[in-house]
Design a protein around this ligand. Structure first.
Ligand code: FA5
Length: 340
C-alpha cells in the first residue's frame, strides 16, 4: 500500500497515453479512463479510507495536484482539437462550398439612363452641362416670359424655399438664360437634372422627376424646326433602339414661338394603355426660342435664333422598359431596382 508510488505511476501512465493521442476520440477515451466515476483517479481516492489522519493531509494535497493536472491537460488538448476542427471547417467552407453571390448594389436606372442619353447627344454635337436645382424666381419664370400674376405660372406648381424668391426649379428651362448669358452662340447643350413640382402624384406624375433640356442657338437663322424634329428622331431611335416616328403638335409655352408638343408614335398597331389608344405618346415640349428670351440673354433676335426642348426622363424610361408607374423610380424597392 504505497500511495506515493501509485500517484507517480498514474501520472506517468497518463503522460505516456497523452503522448500517443492523435484524435479527439482518443483524447475522450483517455479522459474517461482517468476521470470517470470509477476511473483511475477515483480509484486512488480510496486511499482516503485507508490512511491515517496525519497521512491523509499530505495525500490529499498530492491527489488534488494530480487530479487538477490531468483535468487541465485534457482541457488544453481539447481546446487545441477544437481549434484545428474550426480551421478545418474554415477551409472546407472556402474550398468546397459553392460561392454565395453577394448583391453589391448597382447604378440606379436613372443615373444609367442619364449617362446613356449624354452619350447619344454627344454624338450629334450637344454637350452636357451641369445646372442648379435651386434657382431664383427670375430664372424660373420672368426670364422665360412668365411674369408674376401671369396665369401661365399655374402650369408649374412651385415649391418655394423659405428664402424670398428662391425656389426648387420647376423645369430645366430655368437654366436657359443663365447659360446663354455666360456662353456665346453657337451653342448646342443639354441640361439633365431633377425638377420639382408641387402637385398630386399618380401613375404618370411625380413631385420630383428629371428633365432633359436641349438648347441649340446659332446665328443667321441657321437653326430650323426640321432640325428640331430630326434631333428628336435621332435621339429616340438610338434610345429606344428602333426607328422612331415623331410628330410635332402645336402647343403653348410662353418661352417659345411657335411651340410644340412632341409625340412619339407608339409601337402598338391599334392603340394600347401606354398611348391611351391614340397611337401617339406625348413625350416633350419644344419650340423656337422666343425673341424675348434671347433678349434676356443679351442676344439680338435679329441675328440669333434657335430651338429648345424639355423631355421627361422617367416618362421615356417608362416606355422603354414598360414601367407601369412612375412612383417606382424613387420607391427604393429593390425588386424594381434589380429588375432593370
Ligand atoms: C416644360 O417643363 C417645359 N420647360 C418644356 C419645354 C422646354 C418646352 C423648352 C419648350 C421649350 P412640361 O411641363 O410639359 O414642359 O414638362 C415637360 C415634360 O416633363 C413633359 O412632357 C413630361 O414628359 C414631363 N413631366 C411633366 N410633368 C411631370 C410630372 N409631374 N412627372 C413626371 N414627368 C413630368
Amino acid at each position: 500500500m504505497n500511495w506515493e508510488e501509485d500517484i507517480k505511476k498514474t501520472k506517468i501512465e497518463f503522460e505516456e497515453k497523452l503522448k500517443k493521442i492523435k484524435t479527439k476520440e482518443e483524447l475522450d477515451n483517455v479522459a474517461l479512463e482517468f476521470l470517470k466515476r470509477k476511473g483511475k483517479i477515483a480509484q486512488l481516492k480510496n486511499y482516503f479510507n485507508l490512511l491515517k489522519d496525519e497521512e491523509k493531509k499530505i495525500f490529499g494535497i498530492k491527489f488534488n495536484e494530480l487530479k487538477n493536472y490531468i483535468e487541465k491537460e485534457i482541457e488544453r488538448l481539447n481546446e487545441s482539437f477544437k481549434e484545428t476542427l474550426d480551421s478545418k471547417k474554415f477551409y472546407n467552407l472556402i474550398l468546397s462550398w459553392p460561392g454565395k453571390k453577394q448583391y453589391i448594389g448597382s447604378v440606379h436606372i436613372l443615373n444609367r439612363a442619364k449617362k446613356e442619353i449624354i452619350k447619344i447627344f454627344n454624338e450629334i454635337g450637344f454637350s452636357a452641362i451641369d445646372s442648379p436645382e435651386i434657382v431664383n424666381e427670375y430664372e424660373n419664370f420672368d426670364s422665360l416670359r412668365i411674369p408674376k400674376y401671369h396665369p401661365a405660372r399655374d402650369l408649374w406648381s412651385t415649391l418655394w424655399t423659405t428664402k424670398k424668391n428662391i425656389l426648387l426649379r420647376t423645369h430645366t428651362s430655368a437654366f436657359q438664360v443663365p447659360y446663354l448669358l455666360k456662353n456665346l452662340p453657337p451653342i448646342r447643350a443639354i441640361f439633365i437634372g431633377k425638377v420639382y413640382r408641387y402637385e398630386a402624384t399618380d401613375r404618370r406624375h411625380e413631385i420630383q422627376f428629371n428633365q432633359i433640356e436641349g438648347l441649340y442657338i446659332d446665328k443667321e437663322n441657321k437653326v430650323t424646326i426640321s432640325q428640331l424634329k430630326w434631333v428628336f428622331e435621332y435621339f429616340f431611335s438610338r434610345f429606344f433602339e428602333r426607328k422612331a416616328n415623331v410628330r410635332l403638335r402645336p402647343s403653348y409655352f410662353p418661352f417659345v414661338e411657335p411651340g410644340f408638343e412632341v409625340d412619339l408614335k407608339c409601337i402598338c398597331k391599334r392603340g394600347c394603355n401606354i398611348c391611351s389608344n391614340t397611337g401617339f405618346i406625348e413625350i416633350a415640349g419644344a419650340g423656337r426660342v422666343h425673341p424675348y428670351v434671347l433678349k434676356q440673354a443679351k442676344l439680338d433676335p435679329r441675328f440669333y435664333n434657335g430651338f429648345a426642348f424639355g423631355c421627361g426622363l422617367e416618362r421615356i424610361l417608362m416606355i422603354k422598359y414598360n414601367i407601369p408607374d412612375i412612383r417606382y423610380f424613387l420607391s427604393g424597392d429593390l425588386r424594381f431596382i434589380k429588375s432593370i
